[in-house]
Design a protein around this ligand. Structure first.
Ligand SMILES: CC(C)(COP(=O)(O)OP(=O)(O)OC[C@H]1O[C@@H](n2cnc3c(N)ncnc32)[C@H](O)[C@@H]1OP(=O)(O)O)[C@@H](O)C(=O)NCCC(=O)NCCS
Length: 164
């Protein structure tokens, strides 16, 4: 059995682990290695100073206590936007599931829980950026995300939005 629970104060190191899982999808980032990739400003901005107003997330925990994955969001300003920026009041989602736990419904359950949390917190929408080749795109579509219409069709990644 897998439990999905809100992020707790001690979860930050695990969020960085899952942030690396999401970042390592890019061959370029994998080649750089975790330390160098995760210290790049456009990567670390998704977790740096975790706990600022508006930050929220969920963690998947197995019956034996093992952490399987996490999904979280944070808002960005128009002056310093994330890759998947749509508006300052639309938080941007990040997600990662441990390699050995993928393809078993954990990511889907994390997305369901995070979108529910976003509704409870009064958000009108959640956005994200995904590489057009990443199979995660299909999962996002199943969970209600659509092309936000802000990405150039020639961009390798697409910004998606789920209206809540
Ligand atoms: C994307 C991710 C979070 C999905 O979590 P998951 O637990 O594997 O997802 P689920 O089991 O709930 O759903 C499976 C669906 O996710 C998609 N998927 C994406 N990457 C996948 C992977 N490596 N393995 C299996 N399914 C994957 C497929 O659409 C799949 O549907 P299918 O089984 O019909 O083919 C996870 O695979 C992951 O961490 N990938 C690497 C990091 C990443 O890509 N993050 C998103 C960056 S935008």
């Amino acid at each position: 059995m897998v439990v999905i629970r809100p992020v707790e104060p001690g979860d930050e190191p695990f969020l960085w682990d899952m942030g690396w899982e999401a970042t390592a999808v890019s061959a370029e980032m994998r080649a750089l290695g975790r330390e160098a990739a995760m210290s790049m400003p456009h990567v670390r901005r998704y977790l740096e100073g975790w706990g600022r107003p508006g930050d929220a997330g969920v963690v998947a925990v197995a019956a034996d206590g093992q952490h399987l994955g996490a999904a979280w969001y944070r808002c960005f300003s128009a002056e310093d936007p994330g890759w998947g920026f749509v508006a300052p009041d639309v938080p941007e989602l990040s997600i990662g599931v441990a390699v050995e736990a993928r393809g078993r419904g954990v990511g889907g359950a994390l997305l369901d829980a995070l979108l529910k949390l976003a509704r409870v917190q009064g958000h009108r929408a959640v956005s994200l950026s995904v590489d057009r080749q990443n199979p995660a795109r299909l999962l996002y579509e199943r969970k209600g995300f659509r092309d936000a219409g802000v990405s150039d069709p020639t961009d390798t990644s697409v910004t998606m939005i789920a209206h809540l």
